[in-house]
Design a protein around this ligand. Sequence first.
Ligand code: ZN
Length: 131
Amino acid sequence: MLHTITVSTHKRTEILDITSEVQKLVQESKLKEGLCLVFVPHTTAAITINENADPCVLEDILQELEKTIPFDDNYQHLEGNSAAHVKSSLMGSSISVIIENGQLKLGTWQGICFCEFDGPRTRQVWIKMIS
Ligand code: ZN
């Protein structure tokens, strides 16, 4: 069964912690041991795992991505959102997390972070539990 999380973003670029939503689906699935695959079906968004304790970390990631991949840079793609496409590929479209004892097995400071690079929009995240 495929689960979907809907994420509403409010800025052009933004990183949102969706760990609790994913954990809720893990619990509802009743799967005790396995893998949780989190997939973003968008070409201008991404998913990553990083620190969710200090929100400044996510702001720093956004800031450095912005410096490395400027919004305007003589891109060929006429839609005007090439920076978002490049950032999406750099960060990646899926992650997988071990499920142990019915819980996501994340490090102490780790969270599952949805990355918006061409917002604000309503986005989908697909979740698949693999036993
Ligand atoms: Zn585009």
